[in-house]
Write a protein that binds this ligand. Structure first.
Ligand code: ADP
Ligand code: ZN
Length: 524
């Protein structure tokens, strides 16, 4: 409901209150609206949920003529058109889902001046017939939503977006506004250059999402860890991102068997099914969507309480964008990542397995992501610094702040592990070495006589998860190598010798297997 006005003379504020029903602008919105109305180009960087749409919807109402909005996804357009129509604003999406009659009716409505907002995909906009129409319409503003798609530096490059500069060239005097939730400095510069924006008004919101608690856990028994986490989230809505379709199916299936209301979503599913899952999630009939990155852009659901990353995202931008789908209502939300250092090698291999040379930018981004996961400093600081937003204080709302990493003297444990690797002749992987350390009588151990080794059972006082963490850290410290050519057999590096001989002490980090308890009364 619209708030009654006091003595408001500012037309932008009046429309904000009367049409949109908001009391005041959010930081930056007012200046962005004003500069667009003055005919100036704009670059708007606001986090997901920050209120980007209003930045072009309000000028669309204030300016004479029509505003064209470029949007990458049909579903996104549909949501937006439905939403603004509800506010009584004339809007159409010109896309392939329209019948011929609807298409003609839409064009007629535009001609008759009933339409303020026209949503188009970049493909549709760049088609010659559409460019010709644009020249006939009284154009007020061109807004490019999800503008990071224009840049190869961005995380979701789309070739058609790269051509949008042609639109600016064709209509140099029509203000163009680029909007995105994610853009590091390189991407920002790239967006301005490729679109050909002329001295744009730049708005850069803080990237901080203080209500999201970031945590990274060692990925040890991921399904059990996930289950424990989900049990604390009973009934809450959340998304679990996995790196492959196969994994998505697997995890969704296992969760359903455990009684969770979970559905799978990935680009390999029929589009009907995908829509059903999305709808069910919006309508709260499904709590959990297990998905690839195909799920999310355009999900307009404000009460997502958690986002889990089962696999390592390929960049910090992706991670930020995906975790940013949690807590858009401003209430507390969790972002949990299960991290296996081996994922870094796997993603890198994937990047290098293509026909082309791996893009050095992709490798750089992956390395930055890995550094985030391995960081022993406040997660939020690492994130914000990555987006060139200096953050000097630790946040008090991430796993590192709430439960600072503990280190322990691991010299003795390392010696046990290293000598066990030596005793099995450096021919077995982590799983087998752990079985031997813990004194297992399983077939693989007994068959090879490994239950007769002096190192059999010398580590039975620690759990498998604990040993997995120790072994991974030994790899990390360069004492042990995983031989990719021999099914990840563990081998000893020269550096292992001094630890084995007892000449060197070794400190390791305690594994993070469960979430830190939130501190009470944290100040935010
Ligand atoms: P984005 O596109 O940046 O992810 P949206 O434009 O969808 O975000 O806006 C996110 C939410 O914020 C929406 O629910 C919207 O209604 C709300 N919103 C936007 N501007 C304001 C404002 N000035 N005051 C209150 N709520 C706002
Ligand atoms: Zn922190």
């Amino acid at each position: 409901a619209a708030t009654p006005l006091s003595d408001c003379t500012d037309p932008a504020l009046a429309l904000l209150q009367q049409v949109f029903g908001y009391r005041q602008f959010r930081p930056g919105q007012e200046q962005v609206v004003a500069s667009a109305c003055q005919g100036r180009d704009g670059l708007v960087i606001m986090p997901t949920g920050g209120g980007k749409s209003l930045c072009y919807q309000l000028p669309a109402l204030l300016l004479e003529g029509v505003t064209v909005v470029v949007s990458p996804l049909l579903s996104l357009m549909k949501d937006q058109v439905d939403a603004v129509r509800q506010l009584g604003i004339g809007a159409v999406a010109l896309n392939s889902s329209l019948s011929r009659e609807e298409w003609l009716a839409s064009l007629a409505a535009i001609r008759d001046g009933q339409i303020k907002l026209i949503y188009l995909s970049p493909e549709r906009l760049l088609a010659p017939d559409m460019m010709a129409r644009l020249a006939e319409w009284p154009l007020a503003l061109i807004a490019v939503d999800e503008a990071h798609c224009i840049s190869q530096w961005g995380h979701d490059f789309r070739p058609q977006y790269a051509r949008l500069g042609e639109v600016k060239q064709a209509f140099p005097h029509i203000p163009m506004m680029a909007l995105t939730a994610t853009a590091d400095q390189a991407t920002r510069v790239d967006i301005v250059q490729r679109l050909g924006l002329h001295q744009p008004h730049e708005h850069l919101s803080s990237f901080d999402r203080p209500n999201i608690r970031y945590s990274v856990m060692d990925k040890l028994s991921p399904f059990t860890q996930l289950k424990t986490f989900l049990q604390q989230q009973k009934g809450n809505a959340g998304i679990i991102y996995c790196g492959s379709r196969r994994r998505v199916e697997e995890v969704a299936e296992k969760l359903r068997k455990e009684g969770f209301a979970a559905e799978a979503y990935h680009a390999g599913l029929e589009s009907d099914l995908r829509n059903q899952v999305q709808e069910a999630f919006l309508r709260e009939q499904v709590d959990i969507v297990v998905a690839t990155v195909a799920f999310g852009m355009g999900i307009n659901k404000s009460n997502v309480r958690f986002v889990v990353h089962w696999d390592l995202p390929k960049s910090i931008e992706s991670y930020y964008q995906e975790t940013g789908r949690a807590g858009r209502d401003g209430l507390d939300a969790e972002a949990l990542m299960l991290f296996d250092p081996g994922d870094i090698a796997r993603v890198r291999q994937l990047l290098e397995s293509g026909d082309r040379e791996p893009n050095p930018v992709d490798i750089h981004k992956l390395n930055a992501m890995a550094a985030f996961a391995e960081a022993q400093t406040c997660r939020r600081q690492v994130l914000l610094n990555y987006f060139d937003e200096p953050a000097h204080e630790s946040c008090g709302n991430c796993d590192i702040c709430l439960d600072p990493p503990k280190r322990f003297d691991a010299t003795e444990q390392a010696r046990k592990a290293l000598s066990c690797i030596y005793r099995v002749k450096q021919r077995f992987g982590m799983g087998h070495v752990i079985e031997v350390l813990r004194g297992s009588k399983n077939h693989a151990v007994v068959e090879r006589g490994h239950d007769k080794l002096t190192t059999w059972g010398i580590g039975s006082e620690h759990s498998s998860d604990h040993w997995l963490s120790v072994l991974r850290q030994l790899v990390h410290h360069g004492l042990v190598n995983q031989d990719i050519t021999r099914s990840m057999a563990l081998t000893l590096n020269p550096a292992a010798r001094s630890v084995l001989q007892g000449n060197q002490k070794l400190e390791l980090a305690e594994p993070r297997i469960v979430l830190a308890k939130p501190s009470r009364g944290r100040s935010r």
